[in-house]
Design a protein around this ligand. Structure first.
Ligand SMILES: CC(C)(COP(=O)(O)OP(=O)(O)OC[C@H]1O[C@@H](n2cnc3c(N)ncnc32)[C@H](O)[C@@H]1OP(=O)(O)O)[C@@H](O)C(=O)NCCC(=O)NCCS
Length: 152
């Protein structure tokens, strides 16, 4: 069980984390990112974060900086730990890191069907600023992305 006052820590995601991160990704999504995409994000030097408890990764946030914008590309909590505050801790750590790097806002895209994530982002005070039609692949077609923004 994850409790925010328990012994956890947030640190940089490194190439040693690839296997654990991909295992969580595959548990969390019907259409997961491939190992190759995760490896490329690490090789590209993204400032991404993991949250560890008892030596195990239970969540991660993959993001990058472009000019003064932090682009959140993926945030995942291992399904057995969802609803316990893990992503809230991770995204707060990302805000702090991004602010220190001079970023003024966070931008993201989210599947229009992903109600849980959209609720999570609203709770985090993101607002919808756009829609990208048929941006994502689905099992049998395409779906729209909501574009959301939060000032830092
Ligand atoms: C979205 C996700 C990262 C949230 O992670 P989490 O660790 O469960 O989130 P938290 O426990 O910090 O939740 C914080 C808030 O988000 C909302 N939320 C989280 N899970 C929810 C659920 N199942 N239903 C509705 N709202 C939910 C709630 O507002 C919650 O606040 P509350 O606990 O006070 O009600 C997680 O559901 C996940 O990994 N989903 C699969 C991957 C994904 O879709 N990522 C987003 C890609 S854009």
């Amino acid at each position: 069980m994850f409790y925010p006052d328990n012994d956890y820590h947030v640190r940089q995601l490194t190439d040693a984390d690839l296997e654990q991160v991909c295992a969580i990704e595959n548990r969390a999504y019907k259409l997961p990112w491939s190992e190759k995409i995760h490896a490329q994000c690490i090789e590209s030097g993204y400032p991404s974060l993991v949250l560890e408890q008892g030596g195990e990764i239970i969540g991660y946030a993959i993001f990058n900086y472009l000019y003064d914008e932090c682009h959140l590309m993926n945030i995942v909590t291992d399904p057995g730990f969802q609803g316990l505050g893990v992503a809230s801790v991770l995204i707060s750590a990302m805000y702090e890191k991004a602010k220190e790097a001079g970023m003024i806002k966070v931008i993201l895209e989210v599947r229009a069907s992903n109600r849980v994530a959209i609720d999570f982002y609203h709770k985090q005070e993101f607002v919808e600023i756009g829609l990208r039609k048929e941006y994502y692949k689905t099992a049998d077609g395409r779906e729209d992305a909501l574009v959301m923004e939060r000032l830092l």
